[in-house]
Ligand binder design. Structure first.
Ligand code: NAP
Length: 221
């Protein structure tokens, strides 16, 4: 698919990787529906990206949704259908770093709801629509920690290992359809995602951090 023909839903569009992806898509001529939790933030991000890329107003829209809420996921899916999306980029996610016993039960539930259950549910909601699009794609933004378990990241890794398994199985499940499934596993990236504890961990362990431009150019698996 040429990006210029694409109509794309990007979740996590108010975040570092999501915004960089939206900007690249708009510059390539795509129409993008941005999603995040806060309407005010999305309106500002959408306006800023419109100005920086020169995209016509009709090519940039937004829909606020808290992806831990089933009703918001369903409403976002209906909004994406009305926008006539071909491509869904699941970039929303939340971090978790620290010893497992220091996490509250609710923290684990919110983490799995955001990083694993929400992309599964949103994809399930949108598949009937995507199956009718000639060149549909679903892109999951996972993590290098979805392949490698490191101390302090047990819960986060569980969410991203799960997402990678889901993407791999779904790709095979949809092999006889026109829907392509891709999984991207970025390394640590300089956005607002990582707090000072993770940055200190990265320095201590010699873990390199990429800029968002590197992630934007990364090949998907
Ligand atoms: N940065 C890294 O080091 C790194 C490395 C590998 C993979 N990743 C993955 O890349 C993706 C994007 O990360 P990032 O670095 O761009 O993070 P970020 O700058 O913190 O952005 C996170 C995005 O997710 C959205 N989000 C969080 N919880 C949400 C919820 N409950 N409902 C809806 N939206 C929600 C945020 O929206 P709000 O505006 O509502 O907060 C924001 O748009 C994540 O899946 C992350 O796991 C990041």
């Amino acid at each position: 698919m040429r990006a210029g023909d694409a109509r794309v839903l990007v979740t996590g569009a108010s975040g570092g990787i999501g915004q960089a992806s939206v900007e690249a898509l708009l510059r390539a001529g795509a129409a993008v529906l941005l999603s995040g939790r806060a309407p005010e933030k999305l309106a500002v991000v959408a306006q800023d990206l419109r100005q920086r890329t020169g995209a016509a107003a009709g090519r940039v829209a937004w829909h606020a949704a808290d992806l831990t809420r089933a009703a918001d996921v369903a409403a976002l899916a209906r909004g994406a259908e009305r926008f006539d999306v071909d491509v869904v980029v699941h970039a929303a996610g939340m971090p978790a770093f620290g010893r497992l016993e220091s996490a509250a039960a609710g923290d684990l539930e919110r983490l799995l709801a955001t990083n694993l259950l929400a992309p599964m549910q949103l994809t399930r909601e949108l598949l009937p629509h995507l199956r009718h699009r000639p060149r549909a794609q679903v892109v999951f933004v996972g993590s290098a920690l979805g392949r490698l378990g490191l101390p302090g990241f047990s819960a986060y890794s569980a969410s991203k290992f799960g997402l990678r398994g889901f993407a791999e199985a779904l790709r095979r499940e949809l092999a006889d359809s026109r829907v392509r499934v891709q999984y991207l596993g970025p390394r640590s990236t300089r956005t607002g995602f990582n707090d000072t504890a993770v940055e200190a961990y990265n320095r201590h362990t010699g873990t390199a951090m990429d800029g968002v431009a590197t992630v934007r150019r990364s090949p998907c698996a």
